[in-house]
Design a protein. Structure first.
Length: 168
């Protein structure tokens, strides 16, 4: 339940920030956010990260939808378990859904966070969730997946009734 709440909060925060940016900052304009660190700049991104596949929104919409379905299926089928795995999946799902909402509703993704101390792509809350989630998912797969699933294999008669705090 905790992961469902976190997912919902992250999607709502992502969509609220995007709405506020669209409503209050003219397209292409910036306002200071964190001095010498970051500005809020309203950008409409029809591509993926760093504007890769720009103007291929239909393809990115399809890929995002498939990603969301696959990650949700992996969680549902318990291929992703444990706190780290579920947190990673939650972040990836929230980021995927946040940007998917934009792609379907607007035909582009609203980006707004622009670093001022270095030249970097403009990004949003969903992008941050995706980036952190994918990094955590890689750590989970590389270092914890085998250990967690070997432990489950040791007790093959477990009917799954023990819903530990990992599924909260």
């Amino acid at each position: 339940m905790l992961y469902i709440i976190l997912f919902a909060v992250l999607v709502v925060v992502d969509q609220a920030v995007k709405f506020l940016v669209r409503a209050n900052i003219p397209l292409g304009e910036s306002i200071p956010f964190l001095p010498y660190v970051m500005d809020l700049t309203y950008v409409q991104n029809t591509g993926a990260a760093f504007s890769i596949l720009r103007d291929h929104t239909w393809l990115l919409t399809l890929v995002s939808a498939v990603l969301v379905v696959v990650i949700a299926w992996l969680v549902f089928r318990r291929y992703i378990t444990g706190r780290l795995g579920l947190l990673a999946a939650t972040l990836v799902l929230a980021g995927g859904v946040g940007n998917l909402i934009d792609r379907v509703a607007l035909g582009y993704v609203t980006d707004m966070f622009q670093t001022t101390f270095m030249d970097f792509a403009v990004f949003n809350v969903a992008d941050s969730c995706l980036t952190v989630g994918v990094i955590l998912l890689v750590v989970y797969v590389l270092f914890f997946y085998d250990k967690l699933h070997k432990k489950e294999a040791v007790n093959p008669h477990d009917d799954g009734a023990d819903l530990s705090s990992d599924r909260s």
